[in-house]
Design a protein around this ligand. Structure first.
Ligand code: PNS
Length: 141
């Protein structure tokens, strides 16, 4: 059984994230969507709200679970028995950051592999940051 972890802040989860989750659910037996705390970011939604939004969004995907973890991603993956991290890539900026994080995670646990899925073209410009901006200005999502 291949278990994968899809980590992020998900503040909030977007259609871009959902696209990656659905595609990952086709590639792996079990996908754990893990809401992690990014200390550098001030969140709009509480951790519990973020998990709840994801749970509702993945309700039709039987092999996807969402939960909160307040620790290192590598430790979470080990606890779940998954050695694959899934990340979506929209552009070169994402790649630079994700490549660095993949190296750090492998440094923590050498068997932890990161698999990148390219963002679907229609979601390439979606980001939680932009969604938060739209919410702040009362724009329809
Ligand atoms: O959605 P984001 O903010 O780009 O996600 C970043 C996140 C939460 C995946 C990253 O900050 C993370 O993995 N945090 C948990 C702490 C950790 O494991 N750090 C080492 C890897 S950089």
């Amino acid at each position: 059984m291949t278990r994968a972890v899809y980590p992020g802040s998900f503040d909030p989860v977007t259609l871009g994230h959902m696209d990656i989750i659905r595609r990952a659910a086709q590639c792996f037996d079990q996908v754990y969507v893990c809401v992690l705390v990014n200390c550098d970011k001030k969140s709009m939604f509480s951790a519990d709200e973020r998990v709840e939004m994801i749970r509702r969004s993945v309700a039709d995907l039987p092999n996807v679970e969402a939960e909160l973890y307040r620790g290192l991603l590598a430790d979470y993956a080990r606890e779940k028995g998954g050695h694959v991290i899934v990340k979506g890539l929209r552009n070169a900026t994402d790649f630079d950051l994700e490549y660095q994080m993949a190296a750090i995670n492998r440094g923590i646990w050498a068997e932890l592999e990161t698999v990148f899925l390219p963002a679907s073209v229609e979601y390439q410009h979606f980001s939680s940051t932009m969604v938060r901006e739209m919410i702040r200005y009362g724009q329809p999502l």
